[in-house]
Design a protein around this ligand. Structure first.
Ligand code: FMN
Length: 327
């Protein structure tokens, strides 16, 4: 049995199966849900350091308050070390985080054209400076990046480590691929071998076997991204399949009964509706339901009924009433 509690990248974590940063998704409510289901660490969405330094209310709201249990990684994007450190300082003045992570992975033009995200892969000097500057705040500094060429990826990883990065999270797609095509797991595993103890994996984690392969090749952790949207219970299922110790309250989600699945959707939707708003709750609940009950009688009707709900209270009432559906 694999024990929980280990130190990775300067942080104590309960397991090496983590929740990835997902813009528009990994809000406080989503993080809380996956933490309860066993995620060893959770990420915020990527947050703009410039938004923080400019006092943007929406950006500040994404930071939230201080009563969130850890470990939580704050992911920031910024074009340079100065904005990054100022933004991080503001965030840390608002609440506690366990890690600050620099986004050097986002391929979207609205981010790269301002010199942030994956643009930094082409600007190693600034990327290295950002890491060294952020280290001055005293927290572990992590970088999430994408692959480029094999040599380019290795050189960039080494440069980041030499600059003081405590952990690298490598996504095995190039920026040009965005989210298309298969993730190159081989390069991620090769880099894990090249930089022992320093590299976590991202890309195409859809089942326990994917995480097992990454961990078996020396990756210190694996991030659940779209897999956590396709299967809300991917994390507990993976922990159980890989022999990690899981608590009794999580065990029922390894192979959840239909009622437990519906109750999970209700609980996240109710919390999301109160915290992030009705729209977030409805969209997230529909997304979760899309991955549930495949092949069960009545699943299509359930999804259609939910698609017609315009208010969270209606969806909650409907889901609560589905007592013998599909059993
Ligand atoms: C909707 C969505 C939002 C994302 N937002 C972020 C983000 O804010 N920061 C980040 O570093 N990566 C982000 N990613 C990338 C994921 O964290 C992950 O690296 C990528 O999806 C590859 O993993 P997968 O193939 O298992 O989905 C996002 C991906 C998706 C699909």
């Amino acid at each position: 049995m694999n024990r929980l509690e280990r130190r990775i990248g300067g942080v104590g974590v309960r397991s090496p199966i983590w929740l990835a940063p997902l813009a528009g998704v990994t809000t406080r409510t989503f993080r809380e849900f996956h933490r309860r289901l066993g995620a060893g660490l959770v990420h915020t969405e990527m947050i703009s350091a410039i938004g923080l330094t400019h006092g943007n209310k929406k950006t500040r709201d994404m930071i939230g308050d201080d009563d969130e249990p850890g470990p939580v990684a704050l992911q920031l994007f910024a074009p340079d070390g100065e904005e990054l450190v100022r933004g991080a300082g503001i965030a840390l003045g608002m609440r506690r985080f366990d890690v600050i992570e620099i986004n050097m992975a986002c391929p979207m033009p609205k981010v790269t054209k301002r010199g942030s995200g994956a643009y930094l892969l082409e600007n190693p000097r600034e990327a290295g400076r950002m890491v060294s500057a952020l280290k001055s705040l005293g927290l572990p500094v992590w970088v999430k990046l994408r692959k480029t060429s094999p040599q380019g990826t290795a050189d960039f990883c080494r440069m980041l480590i030499d600059s003081g990065t405590d952990l690298l999270i490598l996504h095995g797609r190039t920026p040009a691929q965005r989210y298309d095509g298969a993730a190159d797991k081989e390069i991620v595993c090769r880099m894990a071998g090249m930089f022992p103890g320093m590299l976590a994996a991202s890309g195409d984690f859809y089942g326990p076997e994917d995480a097992g392969a990454y961990l078996g090749a020396g990756c210190v952790a694996v991030l659940a991204a779209r897999g956590s949207l396709r299967d809300a219970f991917l994390i507990p299922k993976t922990l159980a399949a890989l022999g990690f110790e899981i608590s009794e309250d999580i065990r029922k989600y390894v192979n959840p009964a239909p009622r437990d699945q519906l109750d999970a959707v209700i609980s996240i939707g109710r919390a999301g509706s109160a915290r992030e708003g009705e729209r977030f709750a409805i969209v997230l609940a529909r997304r979760m339901l899309a991955g549930m009950f495949k092949g069960f009688t009545g699943a299509g009707t359930l999804r259609q009924e939910c698609a017609a709900c315009k208010k969270w209270v209606d969806m909650e009432e409907f889901l609560t009433g589905q007592n013998d559906i599909m059993l």
